[in-house]
Design a protein around this ligand. Structure first.
Ligand SMILES: [Zn+2]
Length: 235
């Protein structure tokens, strides 16, 4: 739940969640009592409870800006629920060779996405994942298509996807604040060991990262870590 003091004007860009500090990513927060809001594996936003509504919104915005809709959010999109009911109950895919595939499932970890101006949904058919063009549900060889309301349901879904499902994501500017947060960097040494480098304000995607790693390697291999002790701590 959004608390009264949550400032929803704060908006950030999700990032990879591997090997970064477990600190709320919102600017000047610094909370370490955090949870993660994911888009995919190891990608999303680390947030405290107070910024959780921001994180949920910013993950949706990231997807919407890139024409992706995560099926796990289907409760936000009632028309999709109607489609899924039909698909799960009697959907069949007619293949190019006119064979019919059934056993169709929609995984809650799947997505809807736009490619070449067409919307696709990931479906699992006979245990294989493939991308099905949503417009092609309007195939009058299919049994459910006898329902006169079905084609307009598909048209509504495509229109809503085109317009952007989430109103609260429009007119929000996301900023990549992450580079301003203190971070612990990890890198692999030439002998295969993983080294930990405390580099305040530097993240793996910031321009200074490469020079920090080079500096750390120089220290490590020269066995004189004290020479740059003011700048880095190798552990
Ligand atoms: Zn926070």
């Amino acid at each position: 739940m959004a608390s009264a003091e949550t400032d929803m004007s704060l908006s950030i860009i999700p990032k990879r969640l591997v090997m970064i500090a477990n600190t709320c990513m919102y600017p000047e927060c610094g909370s370490i009592d955090t949870r993660e809001v994911h888009i995919g594996a190891n990608f999303g936003i680390i947030t405290c409870q107070k910024h959780y509504p921001n994180a949920k919104r910013d993950v949706r915005k990231y997807c919407q800006d890139r024409n992706i809709f995560l099926i796990k959010n289907k409760a936000d999109f009632p028309e999709l629920l109607d489609l899924f009911k039909i698909i799960m109950s009697n959907f069949k895919v007619i293949n190019d060779d006119n064979t019919v595939a059934n056993k169709v499932f929609i995984s809650s970890s799947g997505k809807i996405f736009k490619k070449d101006n067409k919307w696709y949904i990931e479906v699992i058919v006979n245990d294989l994942l493939f991308n099905f063009e949503i417009e092609k549900f309007k195939d009058d060889r299919l049994e459910y298509n006898k329902n006169p309301e079905f084609n307009s349901l598909i048209d509504n879904i495509i229109k809503r996807l085109d317009d952007g499902v989430y109103e609260d994501c429009k007119n929000v500017n996301s900023v990549n604040f992450n580079t301003y947060l203190p971070d612990v960097l990890y890198f692999e040494s030439e002998d295969g060991r993983v080294l930990k480098l405390f580099a305040p304000g530097v993240t793996v995607d910031s321009p200074a990262y490469a020079s920090y790693v080079e500096m750390a390697k120089t220290i490590f291999y020269s066995k004189q870590p004290q020479t740059l002790a003011d700048h880095v701590n190798l552990k």
